[in-house]
Design a protein around this ligand. Structure first.
Ligand code: GLV
Ligand code: MN
Ligand code: MN
Length: 410
């Protein structure tokens, strides 16, 4: 099967009426990791996993050197698309096949990693597997995280939808020499400019918050308007304050994407609301400024509406400039394959943010049709999917040959 067929096959796993649901350590996500491991084994590569749920597929190199890595994630958002993450993993496997078919083996081992739980769609934190691997999140912290359905990360990994069967588990994977992630753009910029390959300059930093607003529940018919502590009305004010914080800063975004109302009944004044906020910018100082504005809003709204507002930081990922040296190598490869190749920043988060904290890291993008992503209609033209794989294979080989980048013995 080629990349297009494999992605179509994988898209059946977790398919819903509106898209794909593969939240971390659910049966569908587990089945996707199993399918990836089975393809990799059938292609002749070694497969291993760690206790964070990351799956490592390796082509041996000629020398005792740290691996050159690529990869992405197999989990999806709710009703997500077939390419976000899956393209970088299955495309990585295709690149590995292309490299393995050459007469000469690479000097370094080449690895493809399916990072666990990039989306944070079941556990409240994103880029979870790659942040444990990079030492940003201690394993014990990840293990203790509790999913929205009440199961802990450690229990979920130990359960039937966690560990892969017949795949060795170890936790001493060395850091790679370099990391290159292939991904769909997830926005409209490349399509508009006619680029088929993108060289990512930086990935926006990201902070996630959890907010609990506690008011007073009561009878919707009897409590006078002036005597209410309505948690949902307070949440509405906060949603608008978050939007205003995002609008106030250039190249920045702020979103409330999740809101749970209690008790959520037509004839009861809402007693409590839990919501989550997602704030991003390529400039960490702007993320700090938005956090400051949102914190001030919680204090103002709490006092004005007589509710208690508790705000907690769930996750903080710094903006990640991509390695200039790797960008130059990838730029040469991409420009040779696409005369319209372009450099662009990523507003979406990626596992490369975590890898960039420990090793030179870079990303290659292919365009998204109409810029659609995180929806079931997410698409990329088959020829662009194939070109991206060609670019990734060429980039991994160029990195392998570049002594300034990687030639340190393990
Ligand atoms: C992941 O796709 C994110 O950017 O939230
Ligand atoms: Mn992704
Ligand atoms: Mn995503």
């Amino acid at each position: 099967m080629n990349i297009v067929d494999r992605l179509a096959d994988l898209a059946q796993i977790g398919a819903t009426a509106a898209g794909i649901d593969r939240a971390l350590f659910t049966p569908a996500e587990h089945a996707a990791r199993e399918r990836f491991a089975a393809w990799a084994r059938a292609d002749g590569f070694a497969v291993e996993q760690d206790r964070a749920g990351n799956v490592f597929v390796r082509l041996a190199g000629r020398e005792a050197l740290p691996p050159i890595q690529c990869g992405s994630h197999l989990d999806t958002v709710k009703d997500g698309g077939a390419y976000d993450g899956a393209y970088g993993v299955i495309g990585g496997l295709e690149a590995l096949r292309l490299i393995a078919a050459r007469a000469e083996r690479p000097l370094h081992p080449i690895e493809v990693v399916a990072w666990a739980g990039e989306e944070g769609s079941r556990f409240p934190v994103g880029t979870l597997g790659s942040s444990v691997y990079a030492g940003i999140t201690p394993y014990a912290t990840a293990a203790a995280l509790v999913a929205d359905d009440g199961e802990s990360f450690a229990d979920a990994f130990a359960g039937p939808a966690g560990k892969l069967t017949g795949v060795p588990v170890r936790d001493d994977f060395p850091p790679p020499a370099a990391y290159v992630e292939l991904h769909i753009e997830q926005g409209p910029v490349m399509e508009r400019s006619g680029a088929r390959l993108g060289i990512v300059t930086a990935i926006a930093g990201q902070r996630r918050f959890s907010v609990r607003i506690s008011g007073t529940a009561g009878h919707a018919g009897t409590i006078p308007m002036a005597m209410r502590s309505d948690a949902l009305a307070a949440a509405a004010d906060l949603v608008l304050a978050v939007e205003a914080a995002g609008r106030a800063h250039p190249d920045s975004v702020a979103t409330v994407g999740r809101l749970v109302v209690e008790p959520n009944q037509t004839n009861i004044v809402p007693g409590a609301v839990s919501l989550r906020i997602d704030v991003r910018s390529v400039d960490d100082a702007r993320i700090d400024a938005m956090q400051h504005a949102i914190t001030a809003a919680t204090e103002r709204i709490g006092a004005a509406r007589r509710v208690h507002v508790a705000l907690e930081v769930l996750e903080s990922r710094r903006a990640a400039p991509m390695s200039p040296v790797l960008r130059a190598v990838i730029g040469t490869v991409c420009n040779a394959l696409d005369p319209n190749a372009m450099a662009l920043a990523s507003g979406a988060g990626h596992d490369a943010m975590c890898l960039a904290q420990i090793v030179p890291s870079a990303m290659i993008f292919v365009p998204s049709i109409r810029g659609e992503s995180h929806v079931g209609t997410e698409r990329t033209a088959p020829a662009d999917l194939e070109l991206g794989v060609e670019a990734l294979a060429a980039a991994l080989l160029a990195v392998d040959r570049d002594p300034s980048l990687t030639h340190s013995v393990v």
